[in-house]
Design a protein around this ligand. Structure first.
Ligand code: MLT
Ligand code: ZN
Length: 471
């Protein structure tokens, strides 16, 4: 792939031609639209697309891709724009393809427990639809009210239930994609068993739209969980969280095991709309969730809690007794991202195998606190699956450019530690542009060469989201 072959700006005549490919009014070029659709939730880049196009059908997506090939115009896919790695940012005159109008649930298959979705279906919409069928779509995260299935597939989204249900990849039964050369591929045909060679479906999951665009996805549903119950436990230090995880996993099938630091709690309580879990404050908190299927399970959880207190791993704790309390406890964790977004955070989304988490966090925390003594450093994340979110908040007095430049310096050291632990520089947010220059810390040269070769197969002219994942 050579991005230099792709034009930076489209001409007025090309935009006029684009307009003929979709319904009237479905190409926007006004400043507001360019600003809105040219970006995701990241704040490092200035959006500068040439136009926004809203296809309504697969045929229209194919026509757009063919048009882009003909004129060598770069396309950027756009879903709910909740991404955190700038994978859906158009900063170089690209044309944004928004899936907002391909947002229908097409079909429900009762026996297969699958739902055929257009890419613009919002995650919450799928979750509610599943609920109406007495079932459950288990991939969940704070941005589920805006994020779209196509984007979730593009980043192989994870979230708060991965410990039990895995990532988005586990729930994709089949995909229809339009490749970078405009071809429509039907991948895996929604089958459970299909041993017919390469599973191309998996290549498109987590590809951030660099190989092609998802135009339809068949998603699997699951039995709905019963009587979900959460506990928030205050711990004296980070190291105590791991034996707590181990103790609870020995007794219960956890549906979630999250953590956050007291600094995160500070920010949440400052909002004024979320109650504190308990009166005392501790340096770290674990939030765990399980299905209290019967009294024995709930009693087992309480007995494990008492054991953790006796061991000194837990200083205080609370267990939800109602749906409202469950929701309030989850707000302590789920509201963190949105609450701190006002501080222009420098975000890291790193992972290692679960057993290595304590020493990994300690190594990184040492580097970060030594180099950012004047910055607010917040830790939270999905500790049960080894995924930590390290967020450094921008001091008000410091300019955005200076702040990100200072963060980039320490970034290198953080990623060297990730590499030493054989970890990932992006556990669930994707690579996009923010992590692109660090890919070599998690992928070997040979792997990156294979990835580029695969891209060339599906996107020979390099028009599909160029400059994302790799340069
Ligand atoms: C989360 O775990 O809250 C999300 O991944 C978003 C974030 O990291 O801020
Ligand atoms: Zn996360």
């Amino acid at each position: 792939m050579n991005p230099l072959r792709v034009h930076v700006m489209t001409t007025a005549a090309q935009i006029e031609e684009l307009k003929t490919l979709v319904e009237s009014g479905k190409v926007l070029t006004d400043a507001d639209a360019l600003q809105t659709y040219g970006k995701d939730w990241t704040k490092q880049y200035t959006p500068a697309p040439s136009a926004i196009v809203f296809p309504k059908t697969t045929e229209q997506v194919q026509a757009i891709v063919r048009w882009a090939n003909q004129h060598r115009i770069a396309l950027v896919p756009s879903g709910g724009r909740t991404g955190l790695s700038a994978a859906a940012v158009a900063a170089h005159g690209e044309v944004v393809v928004s899936f907002d109008y391909m947002n229908r649930i097409v079909e429900f298959n009762e026996y297969d427990r699958t739902v055929v979705c257009q890419p613009g279906v919002v995650t919450k919409q799928l979750q509610l639809f599943a609920e109406e069928q007495g079932l459950y779509y288990p991939v969940d995260f704070a941005s589920s009210g805006s994020s779209q299935i196509g984007g979730n597939i593009g980043t192989n989204a994870g979230g708060i239930k991965v410990i039990r249900y895995g990532m988005t990849r586990n729930w994709v039964a089949g995909l229809k994609v339009v490749t970078g050369s405009g071809e429509l591929l039907e991948l895996n045909r929604d089958l459970i068993k299909n041993a017919t060679g390469y599973d191309l479906r998996q290549l498109f999951i987590g590809a951030e739209g660099t190989l092609g665009f998802v135009v339809e996805a068949t998603m699997r549903l699951e039995r709905a969980p019963k009587n979900l119950t959460a506990m928030v436990l205050g711990t004296p230090d980070f190291d105590s969280i791991m034996p707590v995880l181990h103790a609870f996993q020995g007794k219960l099938d956890l549906t979630a095991f999250e953590f956050f630091s007291d600094k995160c709690l500070d920010k949440i309580l400052a909002r004024g709309d979320v109650p504190a879990p308990f009166e005392s404050r501790t340096p770290f908190y674990a939030l765990l969730e399980f299905e209290a299927l019967n009294e024995d399970v709930a009693n087992g959880a309480l007995a494990t809690f008492e054991h953790c207190v006796e061991q000194g791993w837990v200083l205080d704790g609370v267990m939800s007794q109602s749906q409202q309390q469950l929701e309030n406890l989850w707000k302590l964790r789920e509201y963190i991202s949105e609450t701190i977004s006002h501080f222009t955070p420098y975000k890291n989304d790193i992972s290692v195998t679960v057993g290595q988490v304590p020493s990994f966090l300690r190594d990184i925390d040492d580097i970060v606190s030594a180099n950012y003594p004047d910055f607010d450093v917040l830790w939270y994340g999905h500790i049960g699956d080894g995924n930590l979110h390290l967020n450094i908040l921008k001091p008000e007095a410091l300019g955005k450019e200076d702040f990100f430049a200072r963060c980039a310096v320490v970034n290198k050291w953080v990623f060297e530690i990730v590499e030493k632990y054989n970890g990932s520089i992006s556990a669930e947010h994707g690579v996009g542009m923010t992590k692109r220059d660090y890919l070599q810390y998690s992928r070997s040269e040979a792997e990156i060469a294979c990835m580029k070769a695969i891209k060339a197969v599906f996107d020979p002219n390099g028009i599909m989201n160029p400059g994302k994942i790799f340069a």
